[in-house]
Design a protein around this ligand. Structure first.
Ligand SMILES: [Fe+2]
Length: 341
């Protein structure tokens, strides 16, 4: 008995080597029935969906969380030896970058094509949007009449001098917002808009939450944030004195971005990886996205959580979110040029 156990341990030690040398067509059933995820989203935002996936399929999800920059570097460094099957991160800019670096592979999936609108995913599903986040105008309900708000561009009106708050230009959320503005308005007009914002002497914050707290505390009156940060504060304190305004409803609509996932180029459990991403696009998982982080479902058949549903519906900018990646470098240069810290 003891002898056969040690023989098995020896085989177990060899297994990773064997797997590396096996041809890609080897059935996955020969390895553990699992899928490995590198996630820039924190555990509490992903575990409920992974648990539901395991309950439904019997496939174990192993995950490693770190910053998007760290995961990107790690995937690059590991190359074909990466244990990761799926990369999961926020912002189309980040996903686009991973695609461009050759870290993701496309997939054909009728499930994804049916559940997720084409403008929220890459051409061959190299990455797929799984939740939608809107970056809109937050305002003080005590000092701002919503009738005085209209568009992102109008935040450059002198009316907002000394009353505007912005997050740092280092954050990809703002880079993607500016990139999609360049796509819609062109370089010259976008730069004029940004110069207008800068002329209002915006206070700059390191996080959307701090920005919202500054509005509540009276340090400024309006700012740009992702809606789920306000939802989190409202969930704790329904009387939090800040509300959302949906800008540009008479032209291109509210800037939306995604969180999403893609199958890694060197996935060892490719079929399981596709099954996981497909599952995340279904109503069952999409409802969890809506409830766990107050994001908007990427699947249009699913309703947002009741807390954010109260804010009403809005017209979203239909621009292909890949533009956020394609024009990111131009956006960063422009933000630097206008002096957005
Ligand atoms: Fe965020």
């Amino acid at each position: 008995m003891r002898k056969s156990l040690s023989w098995m341990r020896g085989l177990a030690a060899l297994l990773p080597l064997l797997l590396l040398t096996l041809p890609p067509s080897t059935p996955e059933a020969s390895g553990p029935n699992e899928v490995v995820v590198y996630s820039a989203r924190i555990e509490k935002l992903i575990k409920p969906m992974f648990d539901a996936f395991t309950a439904r399929t019997g496939i174990t999800v192993r995950y490693h969380t770190a910053s998007e920059a760290e995961l990107y570097e790690r995937l690059k460094a590991e190359g074909p030896h990466t244990p990761a099957d799926v990369l999961m991160t926020v912002d189309a800019g980040n996903l686009w970058l991973a695609e461009q670096a050759g870290l993701l592979q496309g997939m054909e999936s009728a499930v994804i094509d049916k559940n997720i609108p084409a403008h929220l995913r890459a051409k061959h599903n190299e990455w797929v949007g799984l939740s939608v986040r809107a970056r809109a105008i937050a305002y003080s309900v005590e000092r701002v009449k919503p009738e005085t708000l209209s568009t992102y561009e109008a935040l450059g009106d002198p009316r907002w001098k000394g009353r505007l708050c912005l997050r740092t230009s280092k954050k990809v959320y703002n880079q993607s917002l500016v990139a999609t503005m360049i796509k819609a308005l062109g370089e010259q007009r976008t730069e004029e808009v940004l110069r207008g914002w800068m002329a209002n002497g915006p206070r700059i914050f390191a996080s959307d939450t701090k920005l919202l707290e500054a509005i509540a505390a009276g340090q400024c009156d309006v700012g740009l944030v992702n809606t789920y940060y306000l939802a989190q504060l409202k969930a704790k304190d329904p009387a939090f004195p800040v509300a959302m305004f949906w800008p540009n409803q008479h032209d291109r609509g509210v800037h939306v971005n995604i969180s999403g996932a893609g199958v890694t180029k060197h996935a060892k459990h490719r079929d399981n990886a596709i099954r996981l991403i497909e599952f995340l696009s279904t109503p069952e998982a999409q409802n969890l996205y809506a409830d766990v982080n107050y994001e908007y479902p990427a699947n249009p058949a699913v309703k947002p959580s009741s807390l954010i549903a109260e804010w009403g519906t809005f017209k979203a900018d239909p621009v292909d979110v890949a533009a956020a990646g394609e024009l990111q470098a131009a956006a960063v240069k422009m933000m630097d040029r206008v002096g957005w810290k």
